[in-house]
Structures are given as structure tokens and as C-alpha cells.
Design a protein around this ligand. Structure first.
Ligand code: UDP
Ligand code: MN
Length: 323
């Protein structure tokens, strides 16, 4: 009898031991999986940030983007913002062709985390200079008002930080005109960073001026002799806006350098550059002007016939949505 009780007791104890073991095991493994989840979140965050260089190196590059409201605007600016995210030395000066800044553009800056290295301005093109409905896009200059507004902001900003002694030694920085529809490689900004104080850098631009590539022509010593442009090669600087950047000290010492409504079509680049440099003094970049790191792409205007039909019935596909 006693033996039987002892046996049962043993079974009970063994049973209890197993239950306790399972209980603690489940507790500890739950703790572990909680930890794992936390680690996964941190890893995900690190993984995402790993793609984002967050250390600014080299001089600041002020990228000037004129932009205007149209169906593709958010797509264009999102594309650009993601390039700029990858290059911490870029400060984005975005100038809307509008009376006031828009929430659409503010949202792009917020979503891309660029609020702290951008400024959102507005400058409306005067109506007499604005393209109308079916005007071909070359009829009137585009971006003049916006780029001049950006230049004014940059000059004031640089003077303010210089006077406040914020940059020690006096900050070298660069200005690049970055239209919202072109395609930019992040490598282009490594090249821009090489521009020396007092210099204007130049490089090839793909798909522009009726050519696969418009590029500076160099002599054997690497001096810029001229350009291969087919369109209006008689221009003093026959190159595209995307094909050069300026050391900002030149802009401070030459306050009259800017864009103009008064010049012939295709002469905006020459208009600003004639104040700043001569062809032979330009600094060739992108492996002796042998590489294409920017393309003058143009986005097709989307056909929105069905949307227009919807609007006639007072409806829209994007009701309450920003597209
Ligand atoms: N742009 C503008 N207002 C306009 C037309 C154009 O601010 O009415 C901007 C546009 O967003 C772009 C730049 O000016 O950043 C040059 O315009 P576009 O790309 O149409 O010129 P293209 O490529 O034909 O030289
Ligand atoms: Mn364009």
C-alpha cells in the first residue's frame, strides 16, 4: 500500500515537474520571441537607413528646381527627392511657379525627409511670359522667374551665413540648376563637388539638342575648347542648363549674373555664364567629359480623357487623394 502511494506521489511529482518545465519554457521562449521581434524592427530600421548615407561630406550643393503644377508634378518631384535623399550634401531650393507654395510640394519634402535641407519658395511667371494651352514649349523661356528667385535666396543665405561667421573656413559651395523632369545619377553630385572655388564645372548631357549627347570638346591637355552642339552652335555657351554648375563665390562677386526674358531662345545658359567665366576656364568633369551622368529626359503629358469625362459628371477618380 505504502509503496503504491509512494509510486503515485512519484508520478505526481514527475507530472508537476513536466508542467513546471513546460510553463517556464513557454515563458522564456515567449520572452525570446518578443526580443526577436524588437531586434527585427531595429534591423529593419538599420537596413533601411543603411541605404541612406547620413554623413554630409564635401561642399554644399544648392540644387535649384523650378516646378509647376500639372498632373505629373508629384511623380517628377518624388523621383528627384529620392535622388537628393541619397546625396546628403545637396540642399534643395525648390521654387514653385505659383503665387504661393503648395501643400503637394510640402508633402513631398516631408515624405522624403528633406524638410531640414530644403527651402520651398514660390515665384509666379508673369502671365505675358507664361506658355498658353497649345503653345510649343520652346515659345517662351521656362524657369526664368523661379531660377532668379532661387539665386536671390542663395545669395542672401550665403551672405547671412558668412556675416554670422557660420562657416569656418569660409564655406565653399556650389549651385546647380536641376530641372524637375531630367534624370540624374547620384554620381553627378560627386563630380559637382570637385568644382574648385572660382570655377564653373562642365560635363556631357545625354539626349539633348537633337543629339545622343551634347558634350564639351577638350584638347589634349584637358582644356575645354568648345562644345559639339548641333543646335545653335554659334551661342557663346552652346550647352544645356543640366550641363554645368557654378562655384557660389562667383555668384557673390557677380551680383548681375542671372537669367533674363530679353534673350533669344536657347540663350539662357549663355546669359548667366557670360558674367562668370570663359569657355577655356571651365572645369571639365565626369572623367574628362567622357561619361554621361545626367539625361535631358522629358515626361510625356498623360492623356486624361476619361478623367475629363468624369469631371463633366462632377466626379473625379482622385477624390480626396493626392496623385
Ligand atoms: N517650368 C516652370 N513653369 C513653366 C514651365 C516649366 O516652372 O511654366 C519649370 C519646369 O518644371 C522645369 C523647368 O522649368 O523644372 C524647365 O522646363 P521644361 O522641363 O519644360 O523645359 P525643357 O526641358 O523643355 O527645356
Ligand atoms: Mn525639361
Amino acid at each position: 500500500m505504502n509503496q503504491e502511494i509512494r509510486l503515485r506521489l512519484k508520478h505526481l511529482l514527475a507530472f508537476l515537474a513536466i508542467v513546471l518545465f513546460l510553463f517556464f519554457y513557454s515563458l522564456s521562449s515567449r520572452g525570446c520571441s518578443g526580443e526577436q521581434e524588437e531586434q527585427a524592427v531595429v534591423a529593419e530600421q538599420n537596413g533601411r537607413d543603411a541605404f541612406l548615407p547620413n554623413h554630409k561630406t564635401g561642399p554644399t550643393i544648392y540644387a535649384v528646381t523650378p516646378t509647376y503644377a500639372r498632373p505629373v508634378q508629384k511623380a517628377e518631384l518624388t523621383r528627384l527627392s529620392h535622388v537628393i535623399r541619397l546625396v546628403p550634401s545637396v540642399f534643395w531650393v525648390i521654387v514653385e511657379d505659383a503665387e504661393k507654395t503648395s501643400t503637394l510640394v510640402t508633402n513631398v519634402l516631408k515624405r522624403s525627409g528633406l524638410e531640414n535641407r530644403s527651402v520651398q519658395l514660390s515665384a509666379k511667371t508673369p502671365t505675358n511670359f507664361k506658355l498658353q494651352g497649345k503653345d510649343p514649349n520652346w515659345l517662351k523661356p521656362r524657369g526664368v522667374e523661379q531660377r532668379n528667385t532661387a539665386l536671390k535666396w542663395i545669395r542672401q543665405h550665403l551672405k547671412r551665413s558668412r556675416d554670422a561667421g557660420e562657416t569656418e573656413p569660409p564655406g565653399h559651395s556650389l549651385v546647380y540648376f536641376m530641372d524637375d523632369d531630367n534624370t540624374y545619377s547620384t554620381e553627378l553630385f560627386d563630380e559637382i563637388a570637385k568644382i574648385e572655388p572660382g570655377k564653373v564645372g562642365v560635363w556631357p548631357v545625354g539626349l539633348v539638342g537633337g543629339l545622343m549627347v551634347e558634350k564639351p570638346v577638350l584638347n589634349r591637355d584637358g582644356l575645354v575648347l568648345g562644345f559639339n552642339s548641333a543646335w545653335k552652335p554659334e551661342r557663346p555657351f552652346p550647352l544645356d542648363m543640366a550641363g554645368f554648375a557654378i562655384s557660389s563665390d562667383l555668384l557673390l562677386s557677380t551680383p548681375e549674373a542671372q537669367f533674363s526674358y530679353e534673350v533669344e531662345r536657347g540663350y539662357q545658359e549663355s546669359e548667366i555664364l557670360r558674367h562668370l567665366t570663359i569657355v577655356h576656364d571651365m572645369q571639365p568633369l565626369a572623367s574628362g567629359c567622357k561619361e554621361v551622368l545626367v539625361w535631358h529626359t522629358r515626361t510625356e503629358t498623360p492623356k486624361l480623357d476619361a478623367e475629363k469625362a468624369l469631371q463633366k459628371t462632377n466626379k473625379k477618380s482622385n477624390d480626396g487623394m493626392e496623385v
